[in-house]
Design a protein around this ligand. Structure first.
Ligand SMILES: Nc1nc2c(ncn2[C@@H]2O[C@H](COP(=O)(O)OP(=O)(O)OP(=O)(O)O)[C@@H](O)[C@H]2O)c(=O)[nH]1
Length: 743
């Protein structure tokens, strides 16, 4: 028993710690209706007891009397303060009932009406008088409970407030907790855990306030506060077990689930029965306490088993839980009289538990903040990376669009070049066109076009984009420039790797323009060298350069193919104008050219002569030496003709053993002289055939000149032919000039 009140000082509270006696049973009433046991002289067996609670040998009895002498002292408005009574009481002094709590029936029984504190007003002359207490209880405990003291009315209020202070403060803190947890529960990930914490804190707050003695100062409704205290008290194990279930969510023991379910059911059933009047609220406490004891032990057992599996934070909570549970058990033991009465600081256990939660929550908060910070940093980094990727993609896309536009433009230029080339009759004409248009195709790259002159030597045909002096592109290409020569590069088309070109010509792009001819097969007819600086300097340069290179390579291959067809056509054309046996121009060529030369002569008023040359007795020669020898003779005379006349003269085989020579600008005298020389040289030219030297053949020549022989140059052939006839007729191996004489 702890009486927290100060010692017996006048005007100070005086605890009634001594002189208590008890007596089982109920007093008979005297004729005046006053219980006889309130008279001092009444016979009876009063037993001494340390404190008027739970006298020994109860044996199911529900009625007991206590008495105590009241102390001396002077108090302002003295009251007899009793913390509480199990469960109803009447107080007598001087044979008069001075107080009653609860209703006693005729059998001296009554119902539970709450556990309020009692302030029993005392008359002024109470000193040294004996106070009698008639108590009824069908509860486990019987008698007075807590402090019993004489105290002044105003001191009592202060005393009650002081005693309740702890509970009120902790209750307020717990209520704040509950509200915070309820507010944050919907926002946090572990909302079940927070919700059960909120439930615990709320139940603890209500319990502490409802159980505090100050609550009755606010509202003197003992049963209301007791129901509130009971409900919140019964809710505590539900909230506790729910919290444990959350902590052990990985391996939630069924026992924990069973505990909170049982307590919830008990709460509803007990309060329901008490509220409907089927049982007294007081009688629900012992059962609950027994259940709570079992539950606490069960929870402790589960936690002890799982203690090692728990995190440090959970272990801290378990320790706080242990403290709280221990205080609860002590409180129960005090309440049921197993331990002497004292104020058990259950509120401190609740506070410790809540503080542990605060510490952990703050730690969690700090950790969450750190994680959030890290998440923010990593998100920002990711956003930056994605932005950079998107920008790079956009730049690449822009470059691709530029490239496509560039390629489209180049394809158009290439198309024009190919169309132009298809109209060309000769390679010379084709290269003329390339000189004009290749810069367009290759721009903005600076470069030059080289054409093979002979062997491995290439002449620069054109240069674009740079001043000649400052160009790194050489005027000629040969082995010394480092450009791979056609003979050492079997297939330029196979080289599609820019690096190969780098190795070939450092700093330049080099393209081979291959042309296929009947005579020589595939030869590199031209080389295009491009300076690679200045274009696609961005990060996509590798990509752009590779595409550009591929596009140009394909374009130049197409040009090469087109040039090949021009070369072929040129060769075919050459063959159609050339006599295969002698290599001289043929009659078709003569016909076209003679007409042209006639026109030129008339236009330029330059003289024009024509010789018709015929081998004499060629039939006999063939017959004598054979046709092969005849061919040999034809080639020999062709050679003489080729050597005897100038570049500007045109020598053609007219057919069979007959030749014609057009002499632009030659008068009759010139024609005569040249024809006579021809006759002489032919007659002296030995014929080598199959290691034999045959006798030379002679030729007869008929000649005619414009304007001496005729008015129109077109008449020259007829006139020269007539002259030839005269030369033959006159004996052959001679020259006959039309309109003149034989030579
Ligand atoms: N071997 C060879 N003989 C040819 C060729 N073209 C024509 N001839 C021959 O040339 C001969 C021409 O004979 P003719 O027209 O009678 O004249 P000719 O024998 O030269 O007598 P003249 O012209 O009067 O001196 C024929 O026998 C032809 O077969 C040729 O390409 N090769």
């Amino acid at each position: 028993m702890v009486l927290a009140l100060p010692g017996p000082v006048t005007a100070a509270p005086h605890p009634l710690a001594e002189g208590w006696e008890y007596r089982w049973g109920d007093s008979p009433l005297g004729p005046d209706g006053v219980p006889e046991w309130t008279r001092a002289e009444a016979p009876g067996d009063w037993q001494v007891i340390g404190f008027p609670s739970n006298p020994p040998n109860r044996e199911g009895r529900e009625q007991v009397w206590f008495r105590v002498p009241l102390p001396e002292g002077s108090w302002q408005e003295p009251v007899l303060y009793i913390y509480s009574v199990d469960i109803i009481v009447q107080v007598y002094l001087d044979g008069k009932q001075i107080y009653q709590y609860g209703t006693f029936d005729e059998q001296g029984r009554g119902r539970f009406e709450g556990w309020p504190w009692h302030a029993i007003p005392l008359p002024e002359d109470f000193a040294n008088k004996t106070a009698y207490f008639r108590v009824f209880s069908d509860y486990t405990d019987i008698g007075l409970w807590g402090e019993v003291a004489v105290i002044g009315q105003s001191e009592l209020v202060l005393f009650l407030l002081k005693e309740s202070l702890n509970a009120l403060i902790v209750g307020g803190v717990a209520l704040l907790f509950a509200l915070l947890a309820l507010v944050f529960a919907p926002l946090q990930g572990d909302r079940k855990s927070l919700a059960s914490l909120a439930l615990f804190a709320l139940a603890a707050a209500i319990m502490l306030v409802a159980e505090s003695q100050a609550s009755l100062l606010l509202l003197y409704q003992p049963l209301f506060w007791d129901y509130l205290a009971a409900g919140s008290y019964y809710m505590l194990p539900v909230a506790l077990a729910l919290m444990l279930a959350q902590w052990l969510s990985d391996h939630r023991p069924r026992l924990i689930t069973l505990i909170w379910q049982c307590h919830l059911v008990y709460l509803v059933v007990a309060l329901g029965l008490a509220l409907t009047g089927l049982v007294d609220l007081s009688s629900t406490f012992p059962v609950f306490d027994a259940l709570l004891l079992v539950s606490l032990l069960g929870m402790t057992l589960v936690l002890a088993q799982r203690y090692r599996d728990l995190s440090n934070e959970q272990q801290l909570l378990v320790i706080a839980f242990g403290l709280f549970a221990g205080l609860l058990i002590v409180d129960m033991a005090v309440a049921h009289g197993y331990l002497p009465w004292s104020r058990v600081p259950v509120s401190w256990g609740i506070l410790a538990f809540l503080l542990a939660v605060v510490v952990i929550s703050l730690k969690h908060y700090a950790r969450t903040q750190r994680a959030l910070k890290q998440l923010t940093v990593s998100l920002e980094r990711k956003v930056a990376e994605r932005t950079a990727r998107a920008e790079a993609l956009a730049r690449r896309e822009q470059a691709r669009v530029r490239m496509l536009t560039f390629e489209n433009e180049k394809n158009r230029v290439l198309g024009d070049i190919i169309t132009g080339l298809q109209d060309c009759l000769s390679l010379a004409q084709a290269f003329g066109l390339l000189v004009q248009n290749l810069p367009d195709l290759c721009s903005p790259l600076r470069g030059a076009l080289y054409r093979r002159r002979s062997g491995n030597l290439f002449d620069r045909l054109t240069l674009w984009g740079v001043e000649g002096e400052r160009s790194s592109l050489p005027p000629r290409l040969d082995e010394r420039t480092g450009v791979p020569l056609p003979s050492s590069v079997p297939s330029a088309a196979g080289l599609t790797d820019g690096e190969s070109f780098d190795r070939a010509v450092t700093g330049h792009l080099c393209f081979w323009m291959n042309v296929e001819s009947v005579d020589e097969g595939v030869v590199t007819e031209a080389v295009v060298l491009l300076e690679r600086d200045g274009l696609f300097e961005s990060e996509e340069s590798g990509y752009g350069m590779a595409r550009l290179f591929t596009a140009l390579d394909q374009a130049i291959q197409r040009i090469g193919i087109t040039l090949s067809s021009i070369a072929l056509r040129e060769e075919l054309q050459k063959f159609s104008y050339e006599d295969a046996l002698t290599g001289l121009k043929n009659r078709r060529y003569f016909d076209q050219l003679f007409e042209h030369q006639c026109a030129v002569a008339v236009r330029s008023q330059m003289p024009l002569s024509l010789l018709v040359v015929d081998i004499d007795h060629f039939k006999d020669f063939n017959d004598t030496h054979g046709h092969e020898a005849g061919d040999c003779a034809l080639r020999a005379i062709a050679g003489v003709l080729h050597r005897q006349f100038r570049e500007s003269d045109i020598v053609c085989r007219y057919g069979g053993e007959e030749f014609v020579v057009i002499l632009p600008g030659a008068h009759t005298a010139d024609a005569r002289e040249r024809a006579e020389t021809l006759c002489r040289v032919a007659a002296k030219t030995p014929l080598l055939f199959e290691d034999k030297t045959l006798a030379p053949v002679t030729v007869s020549v008929g000649a005619a000149s414009w304007p001496e022989s005729c008015t129109s140059p077109e008449q020259l052939l007829t006139l020269a032919d007539q002259a030839l006839y005269r030369a033959k007729h006159d004996g052959r191996n001679r020259v006959w000039i039309h309109g003149g004489q034989a030579a």
